[in-house]
Design a protein around this ligand. Structure first.
Ligand SMILES: Cc1cc2nc3c(=O)[nH]c(=O)nc-3n(C[C@H](O)[C@H](O)[C@H](O)COP(=O)(O)OP(=O)(O)OC[C@H]3O[C@@H](n4cnc5c(N)ncnc54)[C@H](O)[C@@H]3O)c2cc1C
Length: 393
């Protein structure tokens, strides 16, 4: 079987509602209806600014959740861990979702044999609150009147519908927004994993000239099997991807990665500081921590056993200005942080956790030659236990 395809849903309604032809939705629906998976984990639109994860065995719910939500910066890993390992689950995975799941599999928290990851390329997500501010400040729209959002060719589009005014559509360059501190989340701006190569399939619009055809890369045997299942059960059609599409996708990915490296430098205000100023920066940022533990709860790579002593919140209330909790988390995550920024999103006192973790983890990961979440066979440094889930557990 060739590795690259253009693919689309045969059902017209799924094709219309889907982001690029509804291939992902149709594949999950067919997998549910044929018993290939027991449940699907998808993202339900709550508003233009917000989406929430939904675990379902109902194909109609999966159809309702078609489409890409850029204002849903959730990571689905913890939901997969919570679901357990006994049943088969299929889900769309941005690169950070796939990387989180791979790290959890290495730490024996999920059984990868029961998970099918339908990867989504990702240029980035937007924080829902920043997105509302952006709608007002940059687009001149009432945030509550925005009915649609889209990202295409380096621009963000918002469509607003105000009473008696009809529909208004505006496109703004992402770069212009980001120069002013709006646009994608910091974690996404600096993320270099744009194509989820650790998933079973990687789907996106890069490389496809047709807005109703998804460009699909087959990455594993499981990916090939779910694709075959979708075709044979009559839900999906495919054609081989043209060579120029494959090349274009590669070029866009490389361009986005260069931009991410550039952002990393631009956003790293700490690099220019002296040693003592740097210490001051960390202390100033971390001393505000109220010890709520939200960053640990949401972290897709945290795999502490329940009650693990090192991160017990009561023990963390020590007499240092910067709590041991933060210091332990920084060290604990240095080999495994995937830079998804979920911790910063939920921090009630706005600690710049994306930057702080990146400064420590990137250096350490480079030093150890380890990139978390990419290769399931690669052992995390200093990790002794057997890799992966075993059926006897
Ligand atoms: C935040 C985001 C950014 C993206 N950026 C790019 C890009 O820059 N370049 C590119 O080539 N492709 C990108 N994609 C992928 C693209 O938008 C389509 O999802 C992909 O082409 C599949 O299209 P489809 O019609 O087959 O998907 P659909 O059939 O519409 O299925 C999409 C699935 O994704 C789920 N979903 C929606 N929002 C999210 C979310 N935030 N996180 C996880 N799952 C979600 C939906 O519930 C649905 O199950 C992005 C997707 C997302 C979610």
């Amino acid at each position: 079987m060739p590795r690259y395809y253009l693919a689309w849903a045969k059902d017209e309604r799924i094709r219309e509602k889907g982001a690029n032809g509804g291939f992902v939705t149709a594949t999950l629906v067919s997998a549910l209806e044929t018993g290939f998976i027991d449940a699907a984990l998808v993202v339900e639109k709550k508003s233009v600014y917000e989406g929430i994860p939904v675990l379902t065995s109902n194909p109609e719910v999966v159809k309702e959740c078609a489409g890409s939500l850029h204002g849903a910066p959730i990571n689905l890993t913890k939901y997969v861990v919570d679901y357990g390992a006994k049943k088969r689950i299929g889900l769309p995975t941005k690169p950070c979702d796939a990387r989180g799941i791979i790290e959890q599999a290495k730490r024996r928290q999920v059984n990868l044999d029961n998970i099918v990851m339908i990867g989504l390329n990702c240029g980035g997500t937007l924080h829902p609150l920043r997105m509302r501010e952006m709608a007002a400040d940059f687009f001149g729209f009432d945030p509550d009147a925005v009915v649609k959002e889209e990202i295409k060719e380096g621009k963000i589009c918002l469509v607003s519908k105000e009473e008696g005014m009809g529909e208004k559509e505006k496109w703004v360059k992402i770069d212009a927004l980001e120069q002013k501190g709006y646009g994608r989340r910091d974690a996404c701006k600096s993320c270099v994993t744009k194509i989820p190569t650790s998933a079973d399939l990687a789907c996106g619009n890069w490389g496809s000239n047709d807005t109703q055809k998804t460009f699909v890369e087959v990455l594993t045997e499981k990916g090939e099997a779910i694709l075959k299942n979708a075709i044979e059960s009559g839900y999906v059609e495919i054609e081989e991807a043209p060579g120029e599409g494959i090349e274009k996708r590669k070029q866009i990915e490389a361009g986005m990665q260069r931009l991410a490296e550039d952002w990393k430098e631009r956003m790293d205000e700490v690099s220019a500081l002296s040693r003592s100023e740097r210490l001051e920066f960390y202390v100033d940022a971390l001393k505000n921590c109220i010890g709520c533990g939200a960053c640990k709860e949401v972290c897709p790579v945290c795999a502490c056993e329940a009650g693990a002593k090192c991160l017990d919140m009561n023990d963390a209330r020590d007499s240092y200005v910067v709590s041991m909790y933060n210091m332990l988390r920084i060290f604990h995550l240095m080999d495994s942080c995937i830079g998804c920024g979920e911790c910063e999103d939920v921090c009630p006192v706005d600690i710049p956790l994306t930057l702080i973790h990146r400064r420590f983890s990137e250096r350490m990961q480079r030093h150890l030659g380890y990139t978390p979440g990419m290769d399931v066979k690669e052992r995390p440094p200093l990790y002794e236990t057997e890799l992966r889930w075993s059926a006897e557990e």
